[in-house]
Design a binder for this molecule. Structure first.
Ligand code: MGD
Ligand code: MGD
Ligand code: SF4
Ligand code: MO
Length: 767
């Protein structure tokens, strides 16, 4: 266990002991009856039967609340029978659990003792119920009033020499209202230090799509998936992370469409899906989802796509009508350069790098050649590499050459993670400067936001580590375990004077802290927020840019919680002592007032409160209008993207750090990964059986994993090796246990997303 050297004896990465591992063959299908059973078991345990069943009636319904888990959109007309999946139910149960912890608990256990527990155990303790402080030198959290907490933060903020010495992180669960207020307060305070979980997630998509299409969001709507001729699902595991996407893929297939999956792993949901909302899904053999699986090597999507494009060029010459010449000429620039650049690559080299069988690549090219309505969906398998931006741009090239952009049933579909991560950005959670946004703040709110770019996640880690930042505040999330290089991040946080976490559940970021630390407990998405005697609602934006209202139904777990809007405005009020052009107090007690400001400041949100009711409304999207006027030459950009360069030593493997079926990011709901056949253990590494034989490794043998970058070696201890169907040379293991291996200073070019999906590692025998 890694201990720290600060004044507390803290276990910074959690215990690395084993549980009782059981393995079976991977499941040949996703969901089905087992999915329902797993969901119900979890929710009944956490919430009780009655509370679980009555609350679920409101999830993803028009007058109810938005699922707090992923950002997959709901259909415009939700079915009354239920519009949720197993993992949505687990997320709700985790939030609405009837287990609670308060000051008594924290009086009995020191932070040192708590830090010896696993992330699973910490989360299982239940909801945080009152504000707590860990004072300098103490090892116990103790109660603090809200007023005292706000005063403590305000005093520390005022004591800074420069506002840029404070950092304000956001995770993606906050509502538009909360995120807008937070961004406003931080700008009014005087910094753009607004890193967010996006920086570790879809930032590469944002950069790639902005560069090529002029907007950092996707272009398709949910209904487009139903009518697509081909959907490519690349670098994504929807069966676990966006389960209801499988229903959309199923509909696409029923309408005659085909699915190509591009992934080192044959993920269960992509192979076969038993739709639990349908009788045949419950009783029958399920629906085969993937027509063609391309088992690409980790981070070799660019060579694979180049080879597919080369084959399409040949088919265009021999059979004609493969590329959409009219679209290319009217709307794009760069096609000729791309086509001549393709000639410089040898097919054999591309084939070898991709690791895919040539027959499969031929089949993919053939399938794509005759089709026009094509959608590419992707997630972390594309974004979290050094060349994440370029990889996504290469997929965009394919769509542009095919003219499969901004037409019905075609386009880009980056599938977002947290349920409101996209909305948070739309209302102002960004570390960079948007001058138009700032101008509107100046006009409508009467203060001038700072004009200097702030830090992103990597910048935040470095600033804290170097002592340039002294205060870290987080609106949700678990920065320590989510960020790369756990030990480095821990040191960074521990060098702070003050760390503040606005949270629902206990996590390791509450235990690895600055000299003084605060836990400010808050409401979850499913909870009723009554302010000024009136029930409030919030708004959220899904992965496809639709804004919709969300209204919680449950009573919050304690009278002592503050909602995020109330908490942020409470802090702002104390900090500014009522002397600021913004009337913070009034905003916190009436969310309509917040929305009136969002209408004026954020783009496309006019009259958002009214329009967000019912099915909600779509934010403007230039790609859907085929408007590329903001891009060079007024055209969509076809780009040149280099092959990845990985220089692996003979004993090095490429590791991707992925999610199990029983977790939401750093929140571990359980120890199983049912679809991959792993039970009761997370410290496993999936390895190709031939690689295992070459290294003389037995099934379940205990190994350490190490990564060496810039002459520094990092080690993750104690993993059991599991033989798995994964390309040779590739490894997979779960995040966050393996974050310790990801070097903080290696990230995607231009987006700075850590390289969590392509870490060079060694597998070290322990005997
Ligand atoms: N239940 C649940 N739902 C979630 C989350 C959760 O933790 N649990 N997290 C949410 C968040 S924040 C996010 S961002 C999303 C994440 O959703 P995903 O991106 O689906 O999550 P990962 O587990 O990181 O899976 C990445 C996938 O990419 C593949 N992959 C890895 N490297 C490559 C590569 O180089 N090329 C290709 N083609 N494929 C590759 C992996 O095999 C894996 O299938 O899910 C969201 N939804
Ligand atoms: N190695 C590796 N690292 C990764 C990734 C990876 O694939 N591999 N994925 C990255 C990605 S895509 C992401 S998005 C980040 C996630 O990074 P974060 O967003 O920082 O982490 P989460 O685990 O989602 O945060 C969980 C915590 O949020 C709090 N919380 C939950 N709901 C609420 C709420 O409604 N309000 C408030 N205030 N708090 C709440 C709870 O206290 C909970 O413990 O991790 C990144 N890190
Ligand atoms: S697909 Fe995502 S948003 Fe929809 S119910 Fe499942 S977890 Fe919730
Ligand atoms: Mo994410």
């Amino acid at each position: 266990m890694a201990k720290n050297t600060f004044n507390r004896n803290i276990c910074v990465r959690g215990p690395d002991a084993f549980n009782d591992l059981k393995v079976t063959d991977p499941k040949p299908y996703a969901a089905g009856r087992e999915g329902i059973a797993a969901a119900m078991k979890h929710s009944f345990k956490e919430m009780g039967v009655v509370r679980a069943m009555t609350t679920l009636l409101h999830m993803n319904q028009k007058e109810g609340f938005d699922c707090p888990s992923c950002a997959w959109p709901d259909p415009e007309k939700p079915s009354k029978l239920g519009e949720y999946c197993e993992n949505g139910v687990k997320a709700l149960a985790d939030e609405a659990t009837t287990s609670h912890i308060g000051a008594d608990f924290f009086g009995n256990y020191s932070v040192e003792e708590l830090s010896q527990r696993s992330d699973y155990d910490l989360n299982a303790l239940g909801r945080l119920t009152e504000p707590l402080v860990l004072r300098e030198g103490s090892i116990y959290y103790s109660p603090i009033t809200w007023e005292e907490a706000f005063t403590l933060i305000a005093d520390e903020l005022r004591a800074l020499q420069d506002p840029n010495e404070a950092i304000f992180y956001t995770s993606g669960r906050s509502s538009n209202e909360a995120a807008f207020l937070y961004g406003l307060f931080v700008r009014a305070f005087g910094t753009n230090n607004l890193p967010d979980c996006s920086n570790m997630c879809h930032e590469s998509s944002g950069v790639a799509l902005s560069e090529t299409l002029g907007i950092g969001k996707g272009s398709v709507k949910l209904e487009d998936l139903y009518g697509a001729e081909v959907i490519i699902v690349a670098g994504q595991n929807p069966g676990t992370n966006h389960p209801r996407m499988l229903s959309a893929l199923e509909k696409c297939k029923e309408n005659g469409g085909s699915i190509i999956s591009i992934n080192p792993l044959e993920e269960s949901g992509l192979v076969n899906f038993k739709n639990p909302q349908r009788l045949k899904g419950l009783l029958g053999s399920g629906e085969k989802i993937t027509d063609l699986h391309l088992a690409v090597n980790i981070n070799q999507d660019i060579p694979l796509l180049k080879l597919i494009l080369k084959k399409l060029v040949v088919l265009d010459k021999t059979e004609g009508n493969v590329f959409d010449q009219k679209f290319i000429a009217t709307y794009t620039t760069g096609a000729e350069d791309l086509l001549s650049d393709l000639d410089t690559y040898a097919d054999e080299e591309l084939l070898k790098l991709s690791g895919v069988a040539v027959e499969s690549i031929d089949a993919a090219a053939k399938l794509l050649a005759g089709k026009k309505k094509i959608i590419v969906c992707w997630a972390m398998g594309l974004t979290q590499h050094k060349n994440g931006v370029e990889t996504i741009r290469e997929y965009v090239n394919l769509l542009l050459l095919k003219g499969a952009i901004a037409k019905p049933f075609s386009g880009t579909c980056p599938v977002r993670g947290h349920s409101n991560v996209q909305g948070d950005r739309s209302v102002g959670i960004m570390h960079y400067v948007d001058t138009a946004f700032n101008k509107r703040i100046e006009t409508h709110l009467g203060f001038t936001p700072p004009s200097e770019e702030g830090v992103d996640v990597v910048g935040a880690m470095e600033a804290m580590h170097e002592g340039k930042a002294k205060i870290f505040m987080a609106l949700g999330g678990n920065f320590l375990m989510a960020a790369s290089d756990t030990d480095y991040t821990a040191e960074a946080l521990q060098r702070c004077k003050l760390t503040v976490q606005v949270s629902t559940k206990l996590n390791r970021s509450h235990l690895v802290t600055g000299k003084t630390a605060l836990i400010l407990p808050t409401y979850g998405r499913s909870e009723k927020e009554v302010k000024g005697g009136k029930e409030q609602f919030v708004t959220v934006e899904n992965s496809m840019g639709r804004v919709r209202q969300s209204k919680g139904v449950l009573k919050a777990p304690s009278e002592q919680l503050k909602s995020e809007p109330e908490l942020i405005t409470g802090l702002a009020d104390v900090y500014f002592k009522g002397e600021h052009p913004v009337n913070w107090k009034a905003l916190g007690s009436d969310y309509n007032r917040i929305r009136e400001l969002i209408d004026k400041v954020a783009k496309g949100f006019e009259n958002t409160g009214e329009r967000a009711r019912g099915a909600g409304y779509y934010l403007p999207n230039n790609v859907r209008q085929l408007d590329f006027s903001k891009l060079p030459g007024g055209k969509a950009q076809i780009t040149l993207n280099k092959l990845p360069e990985h220089k692996l030593e003979a004993d090095e493997y490429m590791l991707m750090t992925i999610r199990s079926h029983d977790q939401f990011n750093t929140t571990v709901y359980g120890l199983d990964d049912r679809y991959r056949g792993v039970y009761n253990e997370r410290r496993v590494v999936f390895m190709n059986p031939e690689d295992m034989a070459e290294r003389g490794l037995e099934k379940m043998e205990v190994v350490h994993l190490s990564s060496t970058y810039d002459a520094k070696t990092r080690t993750a201890y104690n993993f059991k090796v599991l033989p798995y169907k994964i390309p040779k040379g590739n490894l997979a293991a779960y995040f966050p246990e393996t974050n310790v291996l990801v070097p903080y200073n290696h990230y995607a070019d231009r987006s700075k997303t850590p390289i969590s999906k392509s870490v060079k590692v060694r597998v070290l025998k322990t005997q």
